[in-house]
Design a protein around this ligand. Structure first.
Ligand code: HEM
Length: 505
């Protein structure tokens, strides 16, 4: 808009002030809009570098030194700050916000998983099931999986078979690929409950379970490496995503005959009471869905992805820590032997292994899966406890370094396998492995707290007790396993080897 006006110097000129006024207002509006969308001006960035227009430097520092960035952010800003990651910017909240976050209804875990783990993409069907608002899989995990009495017996039976196959009866010291084998042991034990003994023993299914979680994580990493605008097209051509789509098809093909057999068996039963009952997630998903449509194959991929990487990482690192403190081994053996003698390979038996519980929790404290946890997405604009606002759509996470805070854990970087046992004996109810607290958030906290934590704890404890009772185990001389950090991820040594020999009875 412009209009003619008579200027004081006598010339008739065009007056553009309205245009300027309107443009400024529009610009201001856009600035506010962008600010509201990203929260950028209000929350400081720790890895912002002048001239780093493409954010390459910021992302490279994030990938190589996220721990250093978090430390720097805490020291510099003494409150929330942002880190530019390879997937946009992430607001890091101080640990003192944990209780507040737990009770904030507008910060959601599932929305974050849906976006950051690409649940909408074909091949990522497992993530779609985990983030399904009907929560069929989550309810199965909470109500059925955690109440299964035969679980520990099944874990033990399948691990025994896997150990015989993979580590054999050889009573001479020999080197094993611990990094690979821990994943296989967890895959086999988990499958015994997820899909029942028949499929758990099937080598094709075992391979599918192992590769599906690996391919999914590789697929997520390769999608993250792409600029957002390319993802909707390029995902079709990424080899990792192609593998993910293939594995969903394979899972479907392998589960179908089982469904057919079970349904046929039920339709043939004349007496309803005589219907064969199966104690696995195939059955429980069917019961919990109660006629609602759901994707049974994707649900199995979801179980594998949720359980495999996280649990095998915990098993891997726990045994490495135990081997690095060999005086612990006879103590843990004695405890396990006594517990099994009294209660067998049952939940009660595993509960009695409290020294082992403490050792595993200490490993998890020193090496949780991530340097930050409690990842949430803001469903609305949210006012933080310090008065700052984060706009709708912002992704947040809580700094996990409270787990290494000397005020809470004296000598925090020292592996003290007795630490949580002492706390437990002093009446601290959060000191058990499957418990969480604002000071130990490896299994999360609040509504989305990991529903598989009891399952994972039993599994890891049984694996460690069985291995220690059956084998002598040591780290090859001259080798110190290293923890690898990549972005927020903390991974146990991917090349970890062990030397083992079957113990004489
Ligand atoms: C050591 C092993 C495991 C670790 C460290 C772990 C850790 C976590 C964490 C940190 C969360 C998010 C919690 C939050 O943000 O507050 C989570 C959620 C979840 N976990 Fe686990 N997990 C493990 C094993 C398992 C297993 C074995 C299963 C399944 C049997 C499982 C199923 C799930 C599911 C379904 C969710 C999503 C819950 C929701 O969105 O409400 N996890 N886990």
């Amino acid at each position: 808009m412009s209009y003619l006006t008579y200027h004081s110097d006598g010339f008739l000129m065009k007056d553009h002030s309205g245009v300027y006024l309107l443009s400024s207002a529009l610009l201001g509006f856009l600035v506010v809009l962008v600010w509201r969308r990203t929260g950028e001006p209000t929350i400081p960035i720790v890895n912002s570098y002048s001239g780093d227009v493409t954010l390459k430097k910021a992302q490279s520092r994030f990938m190589s030194d996220a721990r250093g960035l978090i430390k720097e952010g805490i020291q510099k800003f003494n409150g929330p700050f942002r880190i530019i990651t390879n997937l946009g910017s992430r607001v890091i909240l101080p640990a003192s916000y944990t209780e507040w976050l737990k009770n904030c209804p507008d910060l959601d875990h599932q929305a974050l998983v849906h976006d950051q783990y690409f649940a909408a993409y074909p091949g990522m069907d497992g993530q779609r099931v985990v983030t399904d608002p009907r929560k069929i899989l989550i309810n199965v995990t909470k109500t059925k999986l955690n109440n299964q009495s035969s679980q520990c017996g099944l874990f033990h039976e399948h691990l025994t078979e896997a150990l015989e196959e993979i580590w054999t009866d050889c009573d001479e010291w020999h080197t094993v690929d611990w990094s690979q084998h821990a994943v296989r042991f967890i895959g086999r034990m988990s499958a015994s409950v997820f899909v029942g003994p028949e499929l758990a023993r099937d080598p094709t299914w075992q391979e599918l379970v192992l590769t599906s979680s690996m391919n999914t994580f590789m697929g997520i990493r390769s999608l993250r490496a792409l600029p957002a605008f390319l993802r909707p097209l390029v995902h079709w051509f990424l080899p990792e995503l192609r593998k993910c789509r293939q594995q969903v098809r394979l899972a479907r093909a392998m589960l179908q005959p089982i469904f057919d057999r079970r349904r046929y068996g039920q339709s043939q039963s004349i007496e309803p009471g005589k219907i064969e009952k199966f104690e696995d997630t195939i059955q429980w998903l069917e019961e919990t869905a109660a006629g609602r449509p759901y994707d049974a194959a994707a649900a199995q991929i979801a179980f594998a992805v949720s359980a495999m990487h996280t649990t095998s990482e915990l098993l891997k690192q726990s045994l490495l820590d135990i081997c690095m403190h060999p005086l612990l081994i006879p103590v843990l053996r004695d405890e396990a032997q006594k517990a099994i003698k009294e209660s067998g390979w049952t939940t009660a038996g595993v509960f009695k292994m409290q020294q082992l519980d403490s050792a595993v929790k200490e490993t998890q404290r020193l090496k949780p899966g991530l340097l930050v946890n409690l990842e949430r997405k803001a469903l609305q604009d949210v006012i933080l406890p310090n008065g700052m606002t984060i706009p709708r759509g912002t992704n947040v996470a809580v700094d996990a370094s409270i787990m290494w805070d000397p005020a809470i854990y004296p000598d925090p970087f020292y592996y003290d396998a007795y630490r949580f046992l002492r706390l437990r004996k002093s009446g601290n109810t959060a000191a058990a492995l499957a418990s969480t607290s604002p000071e130990h958030i490896a299994f999360g906290i609040g509504k989305p707290i990991c529903p598989g934590r009891f399952f994972a704890s039993n599994e890891v404890k049984i694996a460690l007790a069985k291995i220690l009772l059956t084998y002598d185990v040591r780290i090859p001389e001259g080798i110190t396993p290293k923890i690898v950090e990549m972005g927020f991820e903390m991974l146990s040594d991917p090349d970890a080897k062990l030397e083992v020999r079957k113990r004489k009875d």
